[in-house]
Design a protein around this ligand. Structure first.
Ligand code: G
Ligand code: G
Ligand code: MN
Ligand code: NA
Length: 254
């Protein structure tokens, strides 16, 4: 209860920060983009993990305001990087179920893009399977609006939710992010090997980009490259970094 009372004031106090985790294209050996991840540095509670405060923000409805702040801050940061010569990066932003269920979310995204001057094609929204399945009918309409806008869509934590392969066919998805749970056992665990290689080839057959999350070791990387996984993200490449360090990392890579 004290945590959620404190949460109400975070936006006013400026206690929220974004960090950015780079993603590597295996075919091009280039940094292809970043995922924006939210951090709360509370005066009162210290650093609070997203897994602890995002559920509270969802319960209180505050996630709508926080989510819009995240989107705007992330787009502003990318725009600034572009002006510093770091072009051609995708910006991934996590979206919560409540945001998607609000009918005006595509309009919010359109307005933030217009205000910040970021091209829609740069932005990729990450949705989890549970978000998609919770309201499949409304999701389809909302997601179509994003396609019209020119914004890309990714399924986050792929394989951990109540998956229905039907939505890959029905919804305008561009990218699948394979959950870390399946990457952890690579390349030794035969089940993780089977699941990962199957998801990669299925994704490619459907014309989707496939990203592996939580890649921590050279051996995992080698397996994923051999399977023609498109991109990797994880501690092997880089942990999430503050905006300044992330730009430095990206420039240093090129
Ligand atoms: O960055 P970290 O691994 O601590 O993130 C933990 C969880 O919080 C992940 O599931 C991630 O998707 C989620 N998360 C991080 N930032 C955001 C955000 O801006 N919005 C939403 N809805 N979820 C986020
Ligand atoms: O659910 P989502 O994919 O949005 O969550 C991303 C979270 O995973 C972030 O909080 C990030 O800090 C964490 N993360 C990213 N890469 C790695 C990794 O290689 N290992 C571990 N343990 N966590 C990671
Ligand atoms: Mn994510
Ligand atoms: Na994930």
């Amino acid at each position: 209860a004290r945590l959620s009372a404190g949460l109400r004031k975070v936006l006013d106090r400026g206690e929220l920060r974004l960090v950015f985790q780079p993603r590597l294209s295996l075919a091009r050996s280039r940094i292809s983009g970043v995922e924006a991840l939210l951090r709360w540095y509370s005066d009162e509670h210290g650093e609070v993990a997203p897994d602890d405060f995002i559920p509270l923000a969802e319960e209180s409805g505050l996630i709508l305001e926080i989510g819009e702040w995240v989107l705007r801050e992330a787009c502003l940061t990318l725009r600034r990087w572009q002006q510093h010569g770091a072009g051609d990066l995708t910006l991934s932003v996590n979206v919560s179920m409540l945001q998607l269920l609000r009918g005006n979310f595509p309009e919010v995204v359109r307005r933030v893009l217009e205000d910040t001057g970021l091209q829609p094609s740069v932005l990729e929204l990450e949705l989890t399977e549970s978000v998609l399945m919770a309201n499949a009918a409304q999701s389809a309409t909302t997601l179509q609006a994003f396609r019209t806008l020119g914004v890309s869509l990714a399924i986050d934590d792929f394989g951990t939710g109540y998956s229905s392969l039907a939505y890959l066919k029905r919804l305008p998805i561009n990218t699948i992010k394979i959950d870390k749970a399946f990457i952890d056992g690579l390349p030794g665990d035969p089940e993780d090997v089977a699941i990962t290689s199957t998801v990669i080839s299925m994704g490619h057959s459907l014309g989707l980009r496939v990203v592996a999350e939580g890649v921590e070791t050279e051996a995992q990387l080698g397996f994923l490259a051999q399977q023609r996984c498109d991109e990797v993200q994880g501690f092997w490449l880089s942990p999430p970094l503050d905006a300044h360090s992330a730009l430095g990392f990206i420039r240093n890579w090129d």
